[in-house]
Design a protein. Structure first.
Length: 347
């Protein structure tokens, strides 16, 4: 099993500058590389201080000059916000900037807040259809001239300029949840990214079964890779476990509020939740966070990750966004590297 870091800039209050957050993100990425992690993933989000990443390819091009070995991935580009010609060319340029270290994660997106602003109020179903049309077009343009006549885009014969550094283009990872998305990804020869969010290990197993079913349905396709993205906090002791659980409970309360898209948003900040609102939501209790996320001292985390390895996951990605302080994120990441990863020789 390989290990990676999934990270963004984030803030809940305006008293920390974006420049400081950018420097902190860079430091976390460099810690991940020095620690032997395989990859770092940065997604795409717009207009939200909760997740600050308007174009991960900018971050990746910058980080390419600050790193030497670690792979740098988009986790994920939001398909309906991109034209296929732009995605093909811009990803190819980023692949050159990284020296062929780019992975391209692509998703249909999830926040209606963003759909309302960039997607002309499109719904999730249409976003999925756009993703299914976009990915094959990008793959074709990485290989040579390709003309497209589709439901959402039409353009004359076009080649990705520049050509990507990696022959045939960077690996594509499809963010998949429903069985149809798994089948689409496997049929296209794409790798798969999955996240159970806070649904727990039953969902982790179910997501793997959907992937296995898709692979079985397409025996002509060599088995792709599958990555599990999961909030992970490696605590120093039991008191730290409890603090991490409280912080992640708050994070998921805000995640749910952004997802519902019913609260006012001003200058990128959602209207604050009261403590009563957070405590009244049984789906984000600290106890449930400990059960369903990977929160614990190193031994507990090792046991959980070994279970995911046994299920067949090829990569485990630490989702470090949490609303925690930079120092707490950094300490957890360092403990993961020094106390968890050695239990997985050869990673």
């Amino acid at each position: 099993m390989k290990f990676s870091l999934f990270v963004h800039m984030e803030r809940n209050e305006p008293d920390v500058s974006h420049a400081q957050l950018f420097d902190e993100l860079t430091e976390l990425v460099q810690i991940a590389e020095r620690g032997g992690m395989h990859a770092v993933w940065i997604g795409e989000h717009h207009g939200m201080e909760f997740t600050i990443s308007p174009n991960p390819l900018i971050n990746i091009a910058y980080l390419a000059a600050k790193t030497e070995r670690v792979r740098l991935g988009t986790g994920s580009l939001i398909a309906p916000f991109w034209h296929p010609v732009k995605m093909a060319g811009e990803c190819a340029m980023a692949d050159i900037a990284t020296g062929g270290r780019l992975d391209v994660g692509i998703a249909r997106g999830a926040y209606s807040f963003e759909y309302q602003r960039l997607g002309d109020n499109l719904d999730a179903t249409e976003a999925g259809l756009r993703m299914r049309e976009l990915i094959p077009a990008v793959q074709q343009m990485w290989r040579g001239d390709y003309a497209h006549e589709g439901q959402y885009w039409s353009f004359p014969a076009t080649t990705s300029v520049p050509a990507p550094a990696q022959p045939g283009g960077p690996p594509i990872w499809v963010a998949a949840r429903d069985p149809n998305s798994h089948h689409f990804a496997v049929a296209q020869g794409c790798n798969v990214q999955v996240t159970p969010l806070s649904s727990g290990d039953e969902e982790v197993a179910s997501l793997m079964q959907r992937f296995k079913d898709a692979c079985a349905a397409h025996p002509e396709i060599p088995r792709p890779k599958i990555m599990l993205l999961q909030h992970t906090y490696v605590a120093s002791d039991e008191a730290d476990v409890q603090q991490g659980a409280r912080e992640l409970a708050r994070f998921y309360a805000y995640f749910g509020a952004w997802f519902k898209n019913t609260r006012p948003v001003e200058r990128g900040f959602i209207a604050p939740l009261t403590e009563a609102e957070i405590e009244a939501n049984p789906m984000v209790s600290p106890e449930l966070m400990i059960k369903n996320l990977v929160i614990g001292t190193a031994g507990t985390v090792v046991d959980r990750v070994r279970g995911y390895e046994a299920l067949g996951y090829d990569q485990f990605s630490i989702w470090i966004d949490s609303g925690m302080s930079f120092q707490r994120k950094k300490a957890s990441l360092q403990r993961f590297i020094s106390e968890v990863m050695p239990a997985f020789p050869g990673t």
